[in-house]
Design a protein around this ligand. Structure first.
Ligand code: DAH
Length: 374
């Protein structure tokens, strides 16, 4: 009952979900998708014209459309492990494939972890200039900039054989212009060499924002093997991917990633289609901290704790972090102490309701993770 109460007080309406529960039952073996995640599938914040993510998506589209790019922003986030990983040369033992990091519906179907998951099918279908935007899913830490669902935009351009010597320079020039389109002509930028399995060479673009270097996007020249797998091994091209929340938090000055999911009118009435405005926080409610300590018994991954806390407290959880990590000198057992910060974006919390939630979390970690509370 508590769960329902939190859910209702947190949202003014139930989310729309297009998750195919019949086809992918959440209780099937190998499925690690909790109901609160499945319920968000189909929300499509990036397609809401008045939502900061929708406004940002439009601005990016505005930049690319004159260059002949088509947008795919309604592709299903349910994808095969082949498209999400193998087609992109992500090694079979890569950590990102682990069920501690990725939501699996079954052994070979996942909630996409990035929009790059659509490169293969769209290239195979013969497209050569496209953008893909959508919700992506990762089991991750909990803090102001991490949320298990976020949004990305991907771009791909293939070149005709006679244009192929200019790929890297065109890629860099175009993305620098995109950064100026979003952040203004005076923004300071720099390129960092990096590694992605699906591009070679690979780069990240950073901009100097309020004294700090901020990663804006990843990109590179598409790896020949990625193109070969689509039957287009004789072509060449570039690809890039950017995180919409990360950019929107900076552009609109939105301090907490959970705000993108709020139904509070005080948030939504501040934004209008086509405009980037500074968000004015409507109020700041006090956090409530609770600690939980336990002895680890078997394999333990912090993302499993994070999942439970989210499942129980929804968007009332602001941050979860390790406070203490201790090995008993005699038994050799490891103990972890985590602090959970509860804070609502929209209202004051009562001590009793947080005590109730914390009690459920304590029971769930014992039942689901087999740890021993201290
Ligand atoms: N898929 C990458 C990620 O989620 C982002 C990315 C990097 C996409 C480089 C690309 C690319 O298309 O070329 O972190």
């Amino acid at each position: 009952m508590i769960l329902r109460r939190v859910w209702r007080s947190n949202c003014t309406r139930r989310p729309f979900s297009s998750f195919p529960y019949d086809r992918y039952p959440l209780d099937a073996p190998g499925c690690n998708v909790p109901r609160n995640i499945a319920e968000r599938v189909g929300t499509n914040l990036h397609r809401q014209p008045q939502h900061p993510l929708g406004i940002l998506q439009r601005q990016i589209l505005e930049f690319w459309q004159p260059h002949g790019f088509d947008l795919y922003d309604q592709l299903s986030p349910i994808v095969s492990t082949t498209n999400n990983f193998d087609a992109l040369r992500i090694p079979s033992d890569h950590v990102s494939r682990s069920p501690s990091d990725t939501y699996y519906l079954n052994a070979d179907t996942v909630l996409r972890t990035h929009t790059s998951a659509h490169q293969h099918e769209l290239l195979r279908a013969g497209h050569h200039r496209f953008l893909v935007s959508g919700d992506v899913y990762r089991r991750d830490e909990i803090d102001r900039s991490h949320y298990p669902i976020f949004h990305q935009m991907e771009g791909v351009k293939l070149f005709a054989p006679h244009e192929q010597n200019s790929i890297e320079s065109e890629l860099k020039e175009s993305l620098e212009q995109l950064a100026e389109h979003l952040f203004g002509p005076d923004i300071t930028k720099r390129w960092i060499d990096t590694y992605f399995p699906f591009t070679e060479p690979s780069f990240e673009l950073e901009i100097l924002f309020e004294g700090e270097w901020l990663e804006v996007l990843g990109c590179g020249v598409i790896h020949p093997e990625v193109l070969e797998k689509t039957g287009r091994g004789d072509e060449m091209g570039y690809a890039f991917g950017l995180g919409l929340e990360r950019l929107a938090m900076v552009l609109f000055q939105i301090p907490d990633i959970r705000l993108f999911w709020t139904h509070d009118e005080r948030f939504h009435r501040q934004f209008a289609s086509g405009e980037i405005v500074q968000f004015e926080p409507y109020s700041k409610f006090p956090p409530c901290y609770k600690d939980i300590s336990f002895w680890l018994e078997s394999a333990f991954h912090v993302n499993d704790l994070n999942e439970i806390v989210r499942d129980v407290a929804g968007d009332l959880v602001e941050r979860v972090w390790l406070m203490d990590d201790f090995v008993h000198p005699k038994t050799g057992k490891t103990s972890h102490c985590y602090r959970i910060a509860y804070r609502s974006m929209d209202r004051s919390l009562t001590n009793e309701e947080i005590d109730d939630l914390q009690e459920i979390v304590r029971n769930r970690v014992v039942d689901d993770l087999g740890v021993i509370l201290r």
